[in-house]
Design a protein around this ligand. Structure first.
Ligand code: PMP
Length: 369
């Protein structure tokens, strides 16, 4: 099997899975319990917060666990009102949450054909009504890394009280997520994107704005901003996975894979458009469109050879993908985008085979239509 769908989710690291099982077996008390067995579970949570805090230059009390990055994004956006700025290429957990939020005025900043936000357009959209800005840090479909540091400086120079939230779901553990150098007030992440367990998200919230946050789940407020019994096995495993992801130090290798695949595709397959930018793009993601191809058909042909990718053109109700539309790419490529997303266990041989199957499949599809 060649699994090239790591931006959708990753395989848990063995160490994270073992940690998960160990906590289930040996530290299963409720972390809110007053007895010492419960405190053991609570300490696992505390230590994980400490580690994550250190990694992103925050304190333990600024890290909160949620059920998913989706919940984190909901909490961040639904805590504010007035006017907000966001981009057209956000993940649906941001895009749709804005639609269902308390904001009366949502302004979508322009981007170029690689998804980079146009700074002048951002400046033009700022005014005294803006209270909140949310941007995706690494785009989940195309990999574009937004220059958050630059954007947050523009925003804070205009008004330091504007709250900046970033969705760092595809960034955490892979590129620097130092909240101080990025200049952000809130940051969402999700354990299953860095080889941790599913349904465990996190939200960094800078101390000075914590009083403004409104939970979307009411109950015992175990995580203050979220309710429900905490999940020590998943939280502990999240910390172990994140540490392993960081210590794997694999970025240069992933970049080599990404550039290798890019070149192989360009050399072997005609009428191809590489959507992901070459620079300032996450090495973990390569989005490529093939002219006059239906990506879903191609995806299933790859699947027959146990190669798993994602359709970058996932459209809803017959419309083109919202992200590809926002990039303004040529119509002939709109249906044919495939997202390849890497992990450290992919080899160049895997990519050789992938391109061989890709080439054959595309030739067959193009012959039929
Ligand atoms: N934001 C981005 C950028 C993502 O890639 C994803 C997952 N596809 C999410 C948010 C949602 O994460 P979760 O699965 O934890 O809800």
């Amino acid at each position: 099997m060649i699994y090239l769908d790591n931006a959708a989710t990753t395989k848990m690291y063995d160490e994270a899975l073992e940690a998960y099982v160990d906590v289930c077996k040996n530290h299963y008390a409720n972390p809110s319990a007053l007895h010492s067995y419960g405190m053991q579970a609570e300490n696992l949570i505390k230590n994980t917060k400490k580690y994550i805090g250190k990694l992103i230059s925050a304190s333990e009390s600024e890290i909160f666990f949620t059920k998913s990055a989706t919940e984190s994004n909901n909490i961040a956006i639904k805590s504010f009102d007035g006017a907000a700025i966001t981009s057209k290429i956000e993940h649906s957990s941001v895009f749709n949450t804005f639609k269902n939020s308390n904001f009366s005025d949502i302004r979508f900043v322009n981007n170029d054909k690689y998804g980079f936000i146009e700074e002048e357009n951002l400046k033009n959209k700022l005014d005294n009504n803006i209270s909140f800005v949310s941007f995706i840090y690494v785009n989940n479909e195309i990999g574009t890394i937004q220059d958050i540091k630059k954007l947050s400086k523009i925003i804070k120079d205009y008004n330091k009280d504007i709250v900046i939230h970033i969705d760092a779901t595809q960034a955490m553990g892979k590129i620097s997520c130092d909240v101080n150098s990025l200049g952000v007030d809130m940051m969402s992440f999700s354990a299953h994107k860095f080889h941790g367990p599913k349904q465990l998200g996190g939200l960094y919230i800078r101390k000075n704005i914590q009083g403004k946050i409104k939970p979307i789940l009411d109950g015992g407020y175990q995580e203050i901003i979220s309710s429900g019994t905490n999940n020590p096995p998943a939280i502990y495993a999240c910390g172990i996975a994140l540490r392993k992801q960081v210590e794997a130090n694999e970025y240069a290798y992933i970049e080599e894979l990404n550039h290798y695949l890019r070149l192989l595709i360009e050399e072997n397959i005609k009428d191809t458009y590489i959507i992901s930018p070459l620079e300032s793009s996450s090495a973990y993601i390569l989005d490529v469109a093939f002219a006059n191809i239906k990506s879903e058909v191609l995806l299933h042909m790859l699947e027959e050879e146990e190669i798993y990718v994602s359709s970058g053109s996932a459209c809803s109700k017959g419309d083109y993908s919202r992200i590809l539309s926002a990039l303004n790419i040529d119509k002939k490529y709109m249906d044919g985008a495939i997202r390849f997303s890497f992990s450290g266990d992919i080899t160049k041989e895997d990519l050789d085979f992938t391109v061989k199957v890709l080439k054959e499949s595309i030739e067959i599809i193009r012959m039929v239509i």
